[in-house]
Design a protein around this ligand. Structure first.
Ligand SMILES: [Zn+2]
Ligand SMILES: [Zn+2]
Length: 164
């Protein structure tokens, strides 16, 4: 979305609110199988003492693939975005600066850039995901498998005796 800032660009204290759905098209991310709905974007562009700033909240639902057990799960991702629009790139304290196109600001560019940078490269279905057994491939979240490492220690002793 391109936002017309004519009304606020030279007027300190002015602000414009916006809210829209941003479709990422076929943008793909590692460990994300699907983006279930477009990014819901809600924010404000405001003129603070002559500096044009943006603040926005972004949310979407992702179908992720667990890095340990490969199961699919749904996750809602939320993100706060802050940026500054200017006619030229100058050094500002840790805030991303985007160029104005005349009186217009390209909101999509800001949101997509923040979204891509914030995207996790790995997801876990839960913090304590037990993953898959390296030997039989069973999902250990569903219960133990019958591979050797999970054998009852008393049986393991017996097995060792038999091996000898
Ligand atoms: Zn998992
Ligand atoms: Zn196993």
């Amino acid at each position: 979305m391109r936002l017309d800032l004519r009304e606020l660009i030279n007027i300190p204290g002015k602000s414009i609110s916006f809210s829209y759905d941003l479709d990422l098209g076929n943008m793909a991310f590692p460990s994300v199988k699907e983006i279930k709905r477009p990014l819901a974007v809600e924010g404000t562009v405001y003129n603070e003492a002559g500096v044009v700033r943006l603040k926005a909240e972004v949310s979407c639902d992702l179908i992720c693939i667990c890095d340990r057990c490969a199961s699919e799960f749904c996750k809602t991702k939320q993100l706060d975005v802050e940026a500054v629009f200017a006619d030229e790139i100058v050094n500002e304290d840790n805030v991303d600066i985007f160029l104005l196109d005349g009186n217009f600001a390209d909101i999509d560019e800001v949101i997509i850039s923040a979204f891509v940078l914030s995207m996790e490269s790995k997801f876990l279905c839960r913090d304590d995901c037990k993953g898959l057994c390296p030997q039989c491939g069973k999902n250990l979240n569903e219960g133990p498998c019958s591979c050797k490492s999970d054998v009852d220690p008393r049986l393991a002793v017996l097995e060792q005796l038999l091996d000898d």
